[in-house]
Design a binder for this molecule. Structure first.
Ligand code: 9MR
Length: 455
């Protein structure tokens, strides 16, 4: 009797495993068709990346929310549920209810789960806010150890430390109770996280770092120092809470961190609605695709009504409809990019054409980020001694090459000599000032300096 029962159970298990195998095989077969690339996650996966959303446990009962989440995204970040105040409300007493709900949702989706955030000056429980010195340091390190151990093996990447640098031009650390425990608190946190969960990627995450500026340079210097001293850091998160513009050095900034030997991720993307929202979303997406070590993008919420912001910054409206920004991201993802985010580009990543002659009118230079068979070109248009109101840049491509996508300009033609015209928001360039546009193409990319004419 016992034997039969046991073999009966085994049969059931084998059958369900076989059924699962069929399901898996079927879904693999779908990947690679045009249909599979009609969602953000599937499109990002085509270049080995993820496309994620910050989610809230309290919204998982909303049918529209979970429908979009399940169909569009292949990574999740808890918006609040894994923060210090949520996970250790009383010292030494841990609560993983909310965090586990997010984790389970991610696991059920087959998604990557980003852990956010082990240590941060904000959203600390009251008991930690009132600690100082070595008592706070040991409580903080214990927190890192306990939470990272609870989620060991289940988290793709942890934001180990969040927002530890000051805004403004100093490039220095932000003052906080954690900072006052000693400048080495960040590396102590990274070491504790590595010891607790050796397989999670360990990230530093911050905002207002979405271009080359004093704050991002402060962080860059810290990461370079960590790498040189063997402090375990694997990735840097760029939150990318953006307004109506994107910094012209956005991609170059990601690249300089990647060149230090860390992955980069866009971790909390949202963009103010108005004028340029769709273009800015597309530019961020293209920048990530152009940087081999940019492993994925996370938007900070699903529908505008789910956002912490009130300026409708997300990809779906309050009713769950796809916005223009959604389409521009999907198109950018489908246009592709560097197809293996863990392998550096085959050709040297950045080449810049010789500096142009100055004078009146305008000039243009092109920078290429190339890989085998394709490239992203960033073109800088500079006005001469007079202001420019409208410009046209002509770029000559080698034969066999073609433009496959353009941003912040409109192009006529895609092969041979291609003309790029300014768009409304970048046609006016002050005397001596400059603006940028970009395009993606197949083949080797333009070899010669582009020409620029006014009008
Ligand atoms: O979106 C989060 C919001 O629900 C919380 O009230 C807020 C509390 O500080 O944190 C928001 O998320 C932040 C993230 O954890 C870190 N970067 C900035 C995000 C927006 O404020």
């Amino acid at each position: 009797m016992k034997l039969r029962t046991s073999s009966g159970k085994r049969r059931t298990l084998l059958l369900s495993a076989a059924t699962a195998g069929v399901v898996v095989a079927a879904s693999i077969a779908v990947v690679g068709t045009a249909e599979a690339a009609s969602t953000l996650g599937a499109s990002a996966a085509q270049t080995g990346r993820y496309f994620g959303a910050a989610i809230a446990a309290g919204r998982l009962g909303d049918a529209t929310y979970t429908r979009i989440l399940n169909s569009e995204f292949n990574a999740v970040t808890p918006e609040n549920e894994m923060k210090w105040d949520a996970t250790e409300p009383a010292r030494g007493s841990f609560n993983y209810n909310g965090g586990d709900r997010i984790l389970n949702q991610g696991v059920a989706m087959g998604a990557k789960v980003r852990g956010h955030a082990l240590l941060w000056h904000a959203q600390q429980p009251g008991w930690a806010q009132s600690l100082t010195g070595s008592t706070l340091r040991s409580a903080a390190i214990n927190h890192v150890t306990q939470v990272a151990t609870h989620y060991k093996g289940k988290i793709y990447a942890w934001d180990v430390v969040n927002e530890a640098f000051a805004d403004g031009g100093s490039g220095a650390r932000r003052d906080s109770n954690l900072q006052r425990t000693g400048n080495d608190w960040i590396e102590a946190a990274f070491r504790a996280a590595r010891a607790a969960d050796p397989n999670a990627k360990l990230c530093y995450n911050d905002y207002n770092t979405d271009g080359i500026n004093a704050k991002s340079t402060g962080i860059y210097t810290m990461v370079r120092d960590f790498k040189s001293r063997g402090v375990p850091i694997d990735c840097v998160g760029f939150q990318s809470h953006l307004g109506t513009t994107i910094d012209s050095t956005y991609q170059a900034n990601l690249q300089r961190f990647a060149d230090l030997g860390v992955d980069v991720q866009i971790t909390e993307l949202d963009v103010q609605q108005g004028g340029n929202q769709a273009n800015i979303y597309a530019s961020v997406t293209r920048a990530c695709l152009a940087v081999a070590r940019c492993t994925g993008i996370t938007v900070w919420g699903i529908r505008d009504s789910d956002s912490w912001r009130s300026d409708n910054p997300l990809l779906f409206d309050g009713s769950g409809n796809k916005k223009a920004a959604y389409t521009s991201v999907l198109n950018a993802l489908n246009a592709g990019g560097n197809t293996n985010p863990t392998t550096p580009p085959v050709t040297p990543p950045v080449t810049t054409s010789p500096p142009p002659q100055t004078g009146s009118g305008c000039t243009a230079t092109v920078s290429l980020n190339s890989w085998n068979g394709g490239y992203v070109a960033t073109v800088r248009v500079t006005a001469g001694s007079s202001a420019v109101n409208g410009w046209t840049v002509n770029v000559t491509l080698p034969s066999g090459g073609a433009v496959t996508g353009t941003w912040s300009a409109t192009n006529s033609g895609t092969t041979g000599t291609v003309s790029f015209r300014s768009v409304d928001y970048n046609r006016q360039v002050p005397a001596g000032g400059s603006t940028e546009f970009g395009f993606q193409g197949t083949g080797a990319g333009p070899g010669a300096t582009p020409t620029c004419t006014v009008g």
